[in-house]
Design a binder for this molecule. Structure first.
Ligand code: NAD
Length: 494
């Protein structure tokens, strides 16, 4: 078994930006210290980009697009590069997983077994579908050939968060690259190294120089400059609702570029009395705490029928006690540290507000958890709040930490009302053995994804994304490729 702590000591971290197939110094002069939240130590330093870095990256991507070095390849050739990239990701999975774990604090076992597996799988999936998507030729008449073809849009800016740093990146890069676009990637400030390493592997796999460029930097500088850039055709974004709306504004203020926002969530898990209560309770609690609760689709609201709430709560509490945070480099850690001290303070602030509003803590605390070996780490124990009622701040606001709110209801109709009662609409789950109830609730819940008797299931063939305040972009599946293409009509008279 890997000794992760020893491996961490010898980990190599890229210090430059990746532009036009090579490592370059940034124009930006701000040196940023990337902090490892497991113990508060400085992991490394990196120069952050500025507007000049964005201009250079976009010009490079544009040149690569216009000379068709990538977009001009046959789809099967692009697919082969992506499949080779997926192989390299697998070969380098331990290094990438360790890098993620150090950057943002998730358990290295989860980074390796879940995130890296998903990343390789995503890139392979788009590599495999590359040459399996036909264009259309409607039957327009004997004297006409009508064609509907899909063309790559041009330069795509991908702006991504830190919580599943490489999964989110792969969800953007797979479909945009397979369609033939060139890309400028801006990783989150907290997770630049894993993104740079992932992109370096793409070059090794044969992606032509300039097709994928990475500019680490601050959101309000590099992200904003990409959003406002007149030579960016599409922004694909995952992150908070505030920044998603900022990108829609940037678009309006610049060239009207397409923006695909994937935003936050406040997902309800509806547990009806006839459900497998232990499974429902444990999976809901797990889905609320997993990845330290730093998950857009986290089942952060457990909406339980009054008849079964006591039994459900016992099982949820047992699950919470099995998920105490530990050093993310500990092979058995069920939870790691939150991404940063600032985020830890935000999450604890939500819990304190909930208590002030009348909720009761039955597991967890309003204070940080201490992991003995690392007093400087940013840890929070899984926290369960009861007495939460619709409209309370904790019931409405995304926490993005390991905090589960329990809301008691008296009927299926009330459960649906509660589920739909926030600004968000990303995901929901319903737990019942009644087929009719499962369908009724699935139809009535306003969400992009509904899980029935499961949580967070699905594969690359189905889209991921939300409605309402959760945005309208869709990652994964063949539909995601369409986001990065333009339809062209060709009407040929014979
Ligand atoms: P964030 O919005 O703060 O940052 C996301 C990215 O946007 C980062 O790269 C950041 O640097 C950049 N950014 C920040 N301010 C910007 C600005 N003014 N202009 C342009 N870019 C800017 O989000 P976060 O804290 O990194 O991630 C957490 C959020 O992401 C949560 O709301 C979560 O629900 C959401 N999320 C959604 C999904 C989904 O698929 N729907 C998946 C994961 C995370």
């Amino acid at each position: 078994m890997t000794n992760w702590i020893e491996s961490a000591d010898s980990l190599v971290l890229p210090a430059k930006h990746l532009i036009d197939g090579g490592w370059v110094d940034a124009f930006g002069e701000e040196i940023f210290s990337v902090v490892a939240p497991r113990d508060g130590s400085v992991l490394g330093q990196i120069a952050l980009g500025n507007e000049r870095d964005v201009d250079r990256a976009v010009a490079t991507a544009r040149a690569a697009f216009e000379d068709r070095r990538w977009s001009g390849l046959r789809p099967a050739q692009r697919g082969a590069v992506l499949r080779r990239w997926a192989e390299l990701i697998q070969e380098n999975a331990a290094d990438l997983a360790l890098t993620i774990s150090l950057e943002m604090g998730k358990p290295v076992r989860e980074a390796l077994g879940v995130e890296l597996r998903a990343v390789a799988n995503c890139i392979r999936w788009y590599g495999e579908i590359a040459d399996k998507r036909p264009d259309e030729s409607p039957a327009a008449g004997d004297d006409v050939v009508a064609l509907i073809t899909r063309e790559p849009a041009g330069v795509v800016a991908a702006v991504v968060p830190w919580n599943f740093p490489l999964t989110m990146t792969a969800w953007k890069l797979g479909p945009s690259l397979v369609a033939g676009n060139s890309v400028v990637l801006k990783p989150a400030e907290q997770t630049p190294y894993s993104a740079l390493k992932l992109a370096e592997l793409a070059l090794q796999a044969g992606l032509p120089d300039g097709v994928l460029n990475v500019v680490p930097g601050r959101g309000h500088i590099v992200g904003k400059a990409l959003g406002l850039h007149h030579d960016v055709d599409i922004v694909t974004f995952t992150g908070s609702p505030e920044v998603g709306r900022a990108f829609l504004r940037y678009s309006g203020e610049s060239n009207g570029k397409r923006v695909w926002p994937e935003l936050g969530g406040k997902s309800a898990s509806i547990i009806l009395p006839d459900a497998d209560l232990e499974k429902a309770a444990r999976m809901t609690a797990w889905g609320s705490f997993y990845n330290q609760g730093e998950m857009c689709s986290a089942s952060s609201r457990m909406v339980v029928h009054r008849d079964v709430v006591d039994e459900v709560l016992e099982h949820a509490r047992a699950q919470a006690r099995e998920m105490a945070p530990a050093d993310p480099l500990d092979q058995d850690a069920p939870l790691g540290s939150l991404v940063s001290e600032a985020h830890l303070e935000r999450v604890l602030g939500h819990v304190r507000n909930a208590v002030a509003d009348g909720a009761e803590i039955v597991e967890g605390s309003t204070e940080r958890a201490v992991v003995d070996a690392h007093p400087g780490g940013s840890y929070i124990a899984p926290t369960i709040l009861t007495g939460v009622t619709p409209g309370m701040r904790i019931e409405q606001q995304e926490v993005f930490g390991p905090v589960l709110s329990v809301i008691t209801v008296d009927s299926e109709e009330e459960a649906i009302r509660v589920a739909n009662g926030t600004e968000y609409g990303l995901a929901a789950s319903v737990w019942t053995r009644d087929l009719g109830a499962a369908h009724r609730v699935s139809r009535a819940v306003k969400a992009g994804i509904v899980w029935v008797n499961c949580f967070e299931e699905g594969d690359m063939s189905v889209p991921f994304g939300g409605v309402k305040g959760s945005g309208f972009g869709r990652d994964k599946s063949a539909h995601a490729i369409d986001k990065f293409t333009d339809l062209k009509t060709t009407w040929i008279e014979l």
